[in-house]
Ligand binder design. Sequence first.
Ligand SMILES: Cc1cc2nc3c(=O)[nH]c(=O)nc-3n(C[C@H](O)[C@H](O)[C@H](O)COP(=O)(O)OP(=O)(O)OC[C@H]3O[C@@H](n4cnc5c(N)ncnc54)[C@H](O)[C@@H]3O)c2cc1C
Length: 596
Amino acid sequence: MSAYAAPLKDMRFVLSELAGLDGIHKLPGCEEATSDTVDAILVEAAKFASEVLDPLNYSGDQEGSRWDQGKVITPKGFKEAYRKYVEGGWAALPVAAEWGGQGLPRLVSTPVEEMWCSANMSFSLCPMLTQGALHALELRGSKKLQQTFLPKMASGEWTGTMNLTEPQAGSDLALLRTRAEPHGDHYLISGQKIFITYGEHDLAENIVHLVLARTPDAPEGVRGISLFIVPKFLVNADGSLGARNAAVCASIEHKLGIHASPTAVLVFDKAVGDLVGEENRGLETMFIMMNAARFAVGLEGVAIGERAFQRALAFARERVQGRDLVAGGKAVPIIRHPDVRRMLMLMKSQIEAMRALAYVAAAALDTAHLHPDRETRQRSQAFVDLIIPVVKGWCTETGIEIASLGVQVHGGMGFIEETGAAQHYRDARITTIYEGTTGIQANDLVGRKIAREAGATVKALLAELRSFDGELAQSTHAHVQALRASLAAGVSAISDCVEFVLAHAGKDPRVAFAGAVPFLKLMGITCGGWQMARAALVSEKKLVAREGDAKFYAAKIATARFFGDHVLSQAQGLRDAVVNGSAAVMALEEEQFLAA
Ligand SMILES: Cc1cc2nc3c(=O)[nH]c(=O)nc-3n(C[C@H](O)[C@H](O)[C@H](O)COP(=O)(O)OP(=O)(O)OC[C@H]3O[C@@H](n4cnc5c(N)ncnc54)[C@H](O)[C@@H]3O)c2cc1C
């Protein structure tokens, strides 16, 4: 079975040439992120991912987490791996120094998180959820709550969860029922939450649940939701662990993938909780941190795609079948066959495009938080708001396609569990569902991010893409010129869709929303194509100057060209689905769906 090796060359290239690590390093508070330090972190993280996390991925999937009388036992090796993760200080990487963290920018924690997820997606969800909970507390927690919980969460000694979902409230959180009764200086929380990732486990001594609930007089709907912190063990004034709180794990789910990650049903029965932020403003806090969480899940699409690709590539170089079309003779490794190469290129080119877009978004997140100039911060935040649903929706949908191609490259062995290809496909499948389904991301993109602001940010992005065309025009490389034409078609397709959305959103939003997912994909492939074109231009310049690794740069240009011809070329079809196809989406009466 192939071992995971972090794609350090591509990560370094994207960080320095596309996402602007140099510029991020100059932001206040990011002084530590010099290219030498970042490189040392990447090398160490790559070792941890390959040597500690990757070997537990397959066995963790086979064994799964187990529920026993309210306790959850993670698969063999997970506890030890988590202990090493804490001892290595990995949990503290992106956390502010004030709480014992290393304060590194998002751009630096992003490749590290990609590695964790590639090596072992189930394991990576525990740190990912902890970061989310930690971030919410950093934003809205009182000083006392922050002092009690953040240092332990930053070190990884305590983990965190996000408790939103209830049986009747999934995409629609307005339907939440969990109650919070004021009781002295705290609240008593009662209700049932489902699907809570790492809601119970044996990796850490305490679990910090962040729970959405309603106070007795709260207004109906999303305006009546508050956020509470409900630890598994109450914390004494001196910081030691106190009584067991009334938050019990009733069961864990049996599911398609991520078997090692426990997905818990949690029952709160007058559990002691503290309010985070103000009453009835819980969803607002959730929304602030949602960009980070959605970004993290988008990155899972990149990570699982990379892992599936590496496995497929190793198999394609070993599996001998069929003769070379030109040389004939004996049977050859299947990587010699054009269709297998097409599949591998489809995997590779989309992973590289997604990675580039995700890292560029991470740099924009840092700039939006830390840049001294207000206007620059606002511009970056607008870009982040627009692009996060695209990173989440497009990278996860494509991650599944890539994992499916990984199965296909393996032939029948891909369908058999022992190669590991099937596990990636099963694991990837959740990414388009949790943290907001693709449909919800696409609605957000079309409604909140485009229609609500009359397309201001997306039009600014289109202007940037058009001005970038001037740079591409300078290239003398045939591949870059071909990609330039594909990119121009993508830009014009987005422009048509934006006009269509703006024309219809006010009159009949159903028509605008009917094409929301094809529109999101169009945004994804075009923005991915933009990054591949930038990568190709840099590579061309390096080749002309005879600088660096010529093979890497030549491969980058050829991969970018492939992306233009095989992926970006779908832009016109997606545009037509939005502009011409939206009416048909709503055409049938409900009973007409069944043709029987
Ligand atoms: C393994 C796993 C881990 C999870 N981890 C967590 C966790 O840690 N914390 C947590 O709180 N939750 C978690 N969830 C829950 C997850 O976030 C929800 O499953 C997800 O938000 C979708 O909600 P739902 O399952 O109720 O689907 P529904 O909301 O019922 O959606 C069903 C379908 O309808 C579509 N749909 C619904 N509303 C609309 C709309 N307005 N417009 C267009 N389409 C719509 C959806 O896109 C989807 O295709 C997890 C789920 C799983 C399976």
